[in-house]
Design a protein around this ligand. Structure first.
Ligand SMILES: [Zn+2]
Length: 183
């Protein structure tokens, strides 16, 4: 290999008689390579020329430059749908929100009972819980529904300390005070 071979400059631009794998297409309107048409002030005229003479290129370029507005809208819809489905899935995971509700209900003219609901959402055995409340508050306590315990006495405020103490997984924040119920 001689020095002159190394220094020989690379051919510049399309060479005659060479078959290039990528042919550059020139616009008949602005004479620029077609991918530069969109920067030309007469792009609209270019598009007309391209559509007529190079329909395939026209389609490619118009799509690239975002003129295919409908396409984008469809993509956006798809994304929204996917996002929506994701949210529904996440909600399904916790069908029953973990929440204990306590409220006071009148019992007779002067006395009140305390209603506790939602212990089941923490997988707590209601019978065990009812017995615990009865012992703890030295009063009657019974399971009165699917997920409801009625304690014979006004112990609502005490429950905010007693429940987290007995079941550490139930933070005070998980206990909702529903106030006074009217029966
Ligand atoms: Zn052009």
């Amino acid at each position: 290999m001689t020095e002159s071979d190394v220094k020989k400059p690379l051919p510049n631009g399309p060479q005659e008689g060479v078959n290039y794998p990528i042919s550059v297409l020139y616009c008949g309107n602005c004479s620029l390579p077609v991918e530069y048409c969109e920067y030309h002030p007469e792009y609209e005229k270019c598009k007309v020329w391209l559509e007529k003479n190079l329909p395939e290129e026209f389609e490619k370029l118009v799509k690239l430059s975002g003129d295919g507005g409908d396409e984008d809208a469809t993509e956006e819809k798809k994304r929204q749908k996917r996002g929506g489905k994701g949210i529904v899935k996440a909600r399904k995971k916790e069908e029953v929100p973990k929440q204990v509700c306590v409220s006071r209900a009148p019992r007779g003219k002067k006395k009140s009972v305390t209603v506790v609901t939602g212990l089941s959402s923490f997988d707590i055995d209601l019978k065990v819980a009812s017995k615990f409340f009865g012992t703890r508050f030295a009063c009657g306590s019974s399971v009165t529904g699917d997920d409801e315990i009625v304690i014979q006495g006004d112990v609502k405020d005490d429950l905010f300390d007693v429940i987290p103490e007995k079941w550490p997984e139930i933070d005070e924040d998980f206990i909702e005070d529903l106030g006074d119920l009217k029966r």
